[in-house]
Design a protein around this ligand. Sequence first.
Ligand code: HEM
Length: 121
Amino acid sequence: MYLVWIHLITWIVLLIVTILALFSKSKKTSLIAMMIARVCYLFAIVTGVLLISHAFPNHPLLTIIKVILGLSLIAIIEIAFANKNRMKLTPGLAWLVILFILIVGGFGLYLTSGFPLSLYF
Ligand code: HEM
């Protein structure tokens, strides 16, 4: 139960720090945000792996797609960070990354049927 919460909070923190990292004009803010994003990956991977056994029996295919989406998200965020550090980040890629974060989170919530947010809404 707490794993779902950690995974969810990681998603929200990752969304905020990625926006800061990609759109901030300050190099320092951007670098600190990138560091926090990398800590978020660790939390997302560890809690994600532990959640697989819970999700797989009910939705095997969707769970596999979720894992692939989660790992691809980390890859695309890192590509955007590398481009930003080389001053080659285009607004198109930056917005694509934000959209992808929302899609992966949305897909995850679909997989859990909205849990844990469904407890409140
Ligand atoms: C940074 C990348 C990731 C983000 C933003 C993300 C986001 C989410 C979100 C928002 C959910 C909905 C459930 C919840 O709120 O906890 C979810 C579910 C899930 N995620 Fe991720 N995730 C990521 C990476 C991963 C990875 C790497 C794995 C596996 C190795 C994974 C496995 C899962 C599984 C199995 C569920 C369904 C849990 C269940 O049915 O109880 N995720 N994810």
